[in-house]
Structures are given as C-alpha cells and as structure tokens.
Write a protein that binds this ligand. Structure first.
Ligand code: NDP
Length: 295
C-alpha cells in the first residue's frame, strides 16, 4: 500500500456515560444539607414485586450514604384502596415525613387507581414529582422545576456532568409516559432543545430517531433502537430497563451503537443511579421548602 492510499481507521468508540460518578458527586454535595435539614424519606410498597424491592433497596442505600432518615412502609399484596389512601393521608399529615413515594407498579387490583393515589400525595411531599402540581410547574421554566420526576431530572444532570450541550440540539425521545418521556421532553425544551416525542403510534420511527443529536429511549423493549436508527456521532441515552435471561439490558443495542455514537449510557449503571440520586435530592428540596414555609 502506498503512503497516499487511505488506510482503514476503525470508528471511534463512543464515550460511555457512566451514571456512577455523577450520582456520587450529587449525593456527596447533598450530605451537608442533609446534616442540617435532617429530612426523612418514606417508601410505601404494596406487595413483594422483586424489581420494586431491589429499587427500594438501592434508594435506601443512597439514603444511608448521605445520612438521610428513611422508613419502609411495607403493605400486604391484598391491601385495599381505602387502606392505602388512609396511609397516604397519614403520611401527608405527619410533619416528621419530608417526602414519600408509593413504589410503582402497584398490584393489579390497585393499578387502575394509580392516578387517584398519586393525586392524593401532598404536592409538598411528592418527591417522585408525579402529581399534577409539580408536573405543571415544570411547564413554566427551569426555575420552576422544584420537584421534577427523578428519571428525567437524572438524565439532565448526566448531560450536564459530561458537558453535553442541549441548547440548539435536536432531542428525540422515544416514549411518552407521564413519568419519563413527557417530563423529559419539557425539561429538554426548557433548556433550549428542539424536541420530538415518539411513541407506539409513531409511523416510521427511524425517520425521527435518525435526526436526533440526542436520542433518548424510554420504552422497555430490548434492542428497539438499532444502529441503523442512530445518526453517527449522536448522544444516546438509554433509559429502558428490561430483564433478559437474568440480566438487565436497555432499549438500545449498546454494542453496535457504541461504534457510531459519540456518547452512550450503559444499562445498568447509566440513568439508573441518576434516578436514585435525583429522588434523594428532591427529598432534601422538599424539606428545605417545608422549613421555609414555616417561617
Ligand atoms: P411506559 O410503559 O409507561 O411507557 C412506554 C412508552 O413507550 C409509551 O409511551 C409507549 O407508547 C412507548 N412505546 C411502546 N412501544 C413502542 C414502540 N414499539 N415504539 C415506540 N414507542 C413505543 O414506561 P415508562 O415510561 O414507565 O418506562 C419506560 C422504560 O424506562 C421502562 O423500561 C422502565 O423500566 C424504564 N425506567 C427506567 C428508569 C431508570 O431509572 N433507569 C426509571 C423509570 C423507568 P404509547 O404511549 O403510545 O403506549
């Protein structure tokens, strides 16, 4: 081969955006506030869904790391709507509880009542940020994102940590749930991205995903996003969590896409730790606001 002939250069592999150092930094920064404010987080679990139990364990581990008080209210699978509503009322009234969440999904008999139960949580203690008050406030501007849902909030934190610009970029989100896709769209819009939201009724999904500078998938289908659906040098944020053959995988075909993307989050270890850290931050913020309101 002569010197002037082009040599094959393998594609540059994507920067893997680990959530761990970002979550560590976020939690570390919360410690002094936790020490002063002494917040308490409560998680209500109905039944014994193993995935929920594992998420709750991770949340309490992070509480321990920052020195935050926490309590697990574990109810039987056959808990009635009235019993759960009554516990929510108690937690709303308990001035020692700074923030609480009802771990989702609920057992099948309660699942249809999820919106009603979320609505029952006092917005000042709604640290999941799933209620209409906290979601609605996000629509105003970044300044009003007081208790944003933890997963979208974690995605934004991750992009910021790795200095990935958002303003002026085309962000394409696959998934439009009220807890991930929609609030993420609002948060990206608040930061100057042009946002496209895709869902199960979107025709020709790859037409949209191929335009993304930042592609976020929050669906829950392994390998939904293939290499052909990604623009070279895009930033790919995999929010999906799926169990396959005993392992956790995302929505994105990680191995092939990392060859063309500029950056990509792993599953596990990408968005997951960010969700937990953002929840803890919301609890601190909730307590802070409650103390301000008392003044
Ligand atoms: P939902 O099931 O509520 O929403 C899934 C979304 O995906 C819906 O908007 C649905 O569309 C859309 N969708 C389904 N199939 C397709 C398809 N073939 N093409 C395009 N869009 C499709 O899930 P969540 O938002 O609660 O969670 C999404 C994923 O994120 C799950 O895997 C979940 O486990 C994970 N997750 C991860 C977290 C983390 O911390 N990493 C935290 C929370 C969730 P439609 O609205 O039309 O039905």
């Amino acid at each position: 081969m002569s010197e002037n002939e082009c040599r094959y250069t393998p594609p540059m592999s994507a920067h893997v955006l680990s959530g761990k150092p970002v979550a560590d930094q976020l939690l570390e920064a919360l410690k002094p506030q936790v020490e002063v404010l002494n917040p308490k987080l409560v998680i209500v679990q109905v039944g014994a869904d193993p995935a929920s139990t594992s998420y709750i364990t991770q949340k309490f581990k992070s509480c321990d790391r920052v020195g935050m008080r926490h309590e697990h209210r574990h109810l039987e699978t056959d808990t009635s709507f009235d019993q759960l509503s009554s516990l929510i009322d108690d937690l709303n009234r308990d001035s020692d509880v700074s923030g609480f969440i009802v771990q989702l999904p609920l057992p099948s008999h309660l699942e249809p009542h999820t919106p009603q139960l979320i609505r029952a949580v006092d917005p000042r203690k709604d640290i999941d940020g799933f209620g209409a008050y906290n979601l609605g406030k996000m629509f105003l501007s970044v300044e009003f994102e007081h208790l944003p849902p933890a997963t979208p909030s974690g995605v934004i934190e991750l992009l910021n940590f790795y200095s990935i610009p958002i303003e002026g970029k085309h962000a394409v989100i696959v998934g439009r749930s009220n807890i991930v896709g929609k609030p993420l769209a609002v948060m990206l819009l608040n930061r100057g991205a042009t946002v496209t939201v895709c869902h199960s009724k979107t025709k020709n999904l790859s037409h949209f995903t191929r335009q993304a500078d930042i592609l976020c998938s929050a669906v829950g289908h392994p390998k939904l996003i293939t290499k052909e659906m990604v623009k070279p040098r895009a930033v790919v944020i995999d929010i999906g969590v799926n169990r396959m053959d005993g392992n956790l995988v995302g929505d994105v075909d990680f191995e092939s896409i990392k060859e063309i993307a500029s950056a990509i989050t792993p599953v596990p270890g990408g968005v997951g730790p960010m969700t937990v850290a953002s929840l803890i931050r919301n609890c601190v913020r909730a307590k802070e606001r409650q103390l301000e309101d008392q003044k």
